[in-house]
Design a protein around this ligand. Sequence first.
Ligand code: DQA
Length: 162
Amino acid sequence: MTAHRLKTLGHVLVLNGPNLNLLGTREPEIYGHTTLADINAGLEKRAMEADVAIDFYQSNHEGALVDKIQEARGKVDYIIFNAGAYTHYSIALRDAIAGVEIPTIEVHLSNIHQREEFRHTSVLAPVCLGQISGLGAFSYMAALEAVIDRLEKKAGEATESL
Ligand code: DQA
């Protein structure tokens, strides 16, 4: 373990679901030109500045995402999750989030409420801390800022009570 790790404020997992591996070339008029690797690099840089440990995982498979959420139990403080199309119908992912009790922020690049009717419903939102939708690649950064803010406040409270 490095000294940097020892003073880590917390641990965040950034999860991406189906087709998000295609970001940058996938329907750029909707999702932009930024790749998932670019998004993750920006998040990693910001997390490092804030002394937050960060891990990334993308899968096109529902069960693999369920496994990853279950593995995170007891290890991860927050999940930032773009579940892609699973957002709209995966009860398995909703149950996984509810089951592990890790505060999860749902993110979307596009504004799902402005798009087709079937995208207006998120079955995940009721078990998530919040939802950020429509800010493009910045949706992920906004979620990370919220996580950092919470972790810093928690660390401040812990120091005060010493
Ligand atoms: C998305 C919105 C979903 O409706 C869609 O299926 C995606 C991407 C977004 O980031 O805007 O795959 O989650």
